[in-house]
Ligand binder design. Structure first.
Ligand SMILES: Nc1ncnc2c1ncn2[C@@H]1O[C@H](COP(=O)(O)OP(=O)(O)OP(=O)(O)O)[C@@H](O)[C@H]1O
Ligand SMILES: [Mg+2]
Length: 241
């Protein structure tokens, strides 16, 4: 069975595209897990643009070309689609033992969004430690919770700090985590189906490695700690064998 995962947020610039690229490329080239990526961030289609510029770069940057030559797996497909058009293609992956990532647009109130939610095995909400990011993450969690997944429950939803400031006091993060859980618990009191939301343990640091080594072709070890946690949560058991 495919696992369909989205790093998402209604807040712009929190790292949806960068983290999708890092994670997909690491799984594909280092863990040898078959990967497909749906770039539904219409009309930007950033992931497809990154792939196109990397293909161009192969012609002009010898070091990059040499790294690409050492890759053992064919680069994964990136489908540029609107949400609506991605739905039948996602269904075609249903019985494949692959990991599928969906890069969603920032505006979730668009045609096709309920269909995507229904198909997700996990939504990973990226957030930064500022009030706007925090609030929009809560909205995103609610937008997802408004629709049932294929099992009739809520899509398992994870909150993942990105651009984590290692010099910031722990208190800033732990108090925001507590506030988020209190808020979601208070909403659960009135819901027939409780929301299934938790924080991931790993926090992705603010790091130039995330910026500089973001690639749809060449994997980078900077994302390894996140992969380890994702492996425990979602990766098809026999896909990494
Ligand atoms: N952990 C990180 N450390 C440093 N820079 C980061 C990190 N994560 C993302 N960035 C940078 O933040 C910027 C925004 O990232 P990205 O484009 O991935 O966000 P996005 O959520 O996809 O944005 P959009 O809403 O425009 O689709 C990029 O310049 C990226 O390199
Ligand atoms: Mg993006």
């Amino acid at each position: 069975m495919a696992k369909i995962i989205s790093f998402c947020s209604q807040k712009g610039g929190v790292g949806k595209t960068s983290i999708t690229a890092h994670v997909a490329t690491y799984y594909s080239q280092i863990e040898h897990v078959p990967i497909a990526v749906f770039d539904c961030d219409f009309p930007q289609h950033s992931l497809s643009s990154i792939r196109a510029s990397e293909i161009d770069r192969l012609k002009s940057d010898e070091t990059f070309f040499k790294k690409a030559e050492r890759l053992t797996n064919t680069p994964y497909p990136i489908y540029s689609e609107t949400l609506v058009n991605s739905l039948p293609k996602l269904d075609a992956y249903e019985n494949k033992n692959e990991l599928v990532f969906v890069d969603l647009p920032g505006t979730l109130n668009v045609e096709g969004f309920p269909g995507i939610v229904k198909r997700l095995d996990a939504a990973i909400l990226l957030l930064e430690a500022d009030p706007i990011s925090f609030e929009s993450t809560m909205h995103t969690a609610l937008a997802i919770a408004n629709f049932a997944n294929k099992n009739g429950g809520m899509v398992p939803t994870y909150l993942l700090w990105n651009k984590y400031n290692v010099h910031e006091k722990e208190e800033r993060y732990s108090s925001l985590e507590q506030a988020a859980m209190n808020y979601l618990d208070s909403l659960n009191a009135d819901r027939a189906t409780p929301m299934n939301v938790k924080f991931m343990e790993y926090r992705i640091p603010q790091s130039v490695n995330i910026k500089d080594y973001r690639s749809t072709l060449i994997p980078h070890r900077t994302i390894e700690p996140l992969i380890k946690e994702l492996n425990k949560l979602f990766v098809p058991n026999n896909a990494t064998a």
